[in-house]
Design a protein around this ligand. Structure first.
Ligand code: FES
Length: 137
C-alpha cells in the first residue's frame, strides 16, 4: 500500500519539512478533521480551526486509544475527548486535568499561507503496545 504521507506535497521552509495537507477552506471553524499519515491506522492527526487559528494534535486519545479526538468537543482552546471526556490543550496537547491522568496528546506545528494548510512533517509516535505488536510480526 502506498504510504499516505506521500499523497501530500512536501516542501522545505528554513530547513524544516512541511506537508501541504489541505486548502484553507477545507478546515471549518469549530469542527475537527481527521488526517491519516502512513500505513498504520494509528498514524492519524486531528486538525481544528478555533477563532480562525489552526491547531493540530494526535487523533488517538492516550486514555483508551480511541481515534476520536477529531470528534471532540471544543471548549475555548481545549479539546474534550468525546469518549470519556479527558481534556487536552489544543496548543500544547497537555492534559489539563491531571486527576484524569498524566498522558497528553502530541501537538504539531500547523499554519496557512496563500490559501493552503502547511503541517510540519509529522513524526507520529505509535503507542508502545502497538509498537510491540509490530515488532513481533
Ligand atoms: S478514550 Fe478519550 S477519554 Fe477515554
Amino acid at each position: 500500500m502506498k504510504n499516505e504521507q506521500d499523497k501530500y506535497k512536501r516542501i522545505q521552509i528554513n530547513d524544516n519539512d512541511y506537508l501541504i495537507i489541505a486548502r484553507s477552506e477545507e478546515i471549518f471553524e469549530g469542527k475537527g478533521r481527521q488526517f491519516f499519515f502512513g500505513d498504520e491506522h494509528d498514524m492519524q492527526l486531528a486538525v481544528f480551526r478555533v477563532k480562525g487559528t489552526l491547531y493540530c494534535v494526535n487523533n488517538i486519545c492516550p486514555h483508551r486509544h480511541q481515534d476520536q479526538i477529531h470528534n471532540g468537543i471544543i471548549d475555548d482552546l481545549n479539546i474534550v475527548c468525546p469518549v470519556h471526556y479527558w481534556t487536552y490543550n489544543l496548543q500544547t496537547g497537555q492534559n489539563i486535568n491531571q486527576k484524569q491522568g498524566v498522558k497528553s496528546l502530541s501537538s504539531y506545528e500547523i499554519f496557512e499561507s496563500d490559501g493552503l494548510v502547511y503541517l510540519e512533517d509529522p513524526k507520529i509516535d505509535l503507542p508502545k503496545w502497538r509498537t510491540n505488536k509490530l515488532e513481533t510480526r
